[in-house]
Design a protein around this ligand. Structure first.
Ligand code: TA6
Length: 298
């Protein structure tokens, strides 16, 4: 992307610059919030509503290198979530987060809402894993909420099946003082240790590794952060599955791009089409999944 041309075209709406690891970042600043999006992976790395700490958590050990997934923010996991059983040795969480996306458009609605539309229509270097003709569009609206809409269009002549996730890492003050509402009574696959099916009873508190894939999760979740004195609502449209993840101590230590104590200040609540919520996209059809994040000081 020609940075100078981009900045001329979108002057006053957003600005692009070369950042860590030579990666290109688009910065949005308006009356409601600021945000940053790395073009590699269309990866939202920061969302700061006016007067609040960043809503997203980025690892201090993240590796900024083209082709290497960024740790933190909102990884776009597509066209599969977690491992692709057809390619067990392939990339985890698909290939979209490793690739550089284009900016299709930037629009503003008044002085407090900016929408950056990013697109991807090929998987260079990953063709062995994904042979279908597709178009991906990711609309990121930075306002008093952060709204992310991921739309998959099948441009080919045969249907394809995807799983996907907006794998959002939330910034919390102290994980031991966090309560997560919205999953009471829902079935989930517990992936810690030997995978086992279970049903959530009540509120989620985090005092150990948690890696849970919820089904029938079509509503909103609320992350109550007593330490930062705020509640983060994670609402959604077009998704029936969610993932809740905290690596806790041992797994944090095993991840090179994750600080040993990182588990204390992050929590993933992911808007997904995961596991049984896999989706078939017919030729010429589109599938959209939307996540709406709103953070309110208590
Ligand atoms: O969404 C939770 C999860 O599937 C965990 O099992 C853990 O692997 C996490 O994603 C991070 O995956 P990554 O490939 O980004 O290290």
């Amino acid at each position: 992307m020609d940075i100078e041309e981009f900045n001329k075209k979108y002057a006053g709406k957003c600005s692009a610059s070369i950042g860590k690891g030579g990666l290109t970042f688009v910065k949005v600043q308006n009356d409601a919030a600021t945000a940053e999006i790395c073009l590699m992976g269309a990866h939202v790395t920061s969302y700061i509503p006016k007067g609040q700490p960043d809503v997203l958590w980025m690892s201090s050990e993240a590796v900024y290198k083209e082709g290497t997934p960024l740790r933190g923010g909102v990884p776009v996991c597509w066209p599969w979530f977690s491992k692709n059983t057809a390619f067990p040795d392939g990339p985890t969480h698909g290939v979209a987060r490793n690739l550089v996306w284009d900016v299709k458009d930037v629009s503003c609605d008044g002085s407090a809402a900016t929408t950056v539309t990013l697109s991807l229509s090929a998987v260079p270097g990953y063709e062995q894993f994904w042979k279908y003709a597709f178009a991906l569009e990711f609309k990121v609206t930075v306002a008093s909420s952060l709204t992310m809409a991921l739309k998959t269009t099948n441009l080919g002549k045969e249907p394809f099946v995807i799983t996907e996730a907006l794998h959002t890492y939330f910034n919390v003050g102290d994980i031991t003082k966090v309560a997560v509402e919205g999953f009471d009574g829902l079935p989930f696959l517990n992936k810690v240790g030997t995978p086992a099916n279970s049903v959530r009873k009540g509120t989620i508190f985090i005092d150990q590794e948690v890696d849970e894939v919820y089904q029938n999760a079509s509503g909103k979740a609320v992350i109550k952060d007593a330490s930062l004195g705020r509640s983060i609502t994670v609402d959604k449209r077009g998704s029936n599955s969610s993932v809740v993840w905290n690596p806790w101590i041992a797994k944090s230590q095993r991840m090179a791009d994750f600080p040993n104590d990182g588990y204390k200040t992050m929590l993933c609540v992911e808007t997904a089409h995961a596991n049984e919520d896999a989706r078939t996209v017919a030729p010429g059809e589109s599938l959209e999944m939307v996540c709406i994040i709103t953070s309110k000081q208590d």
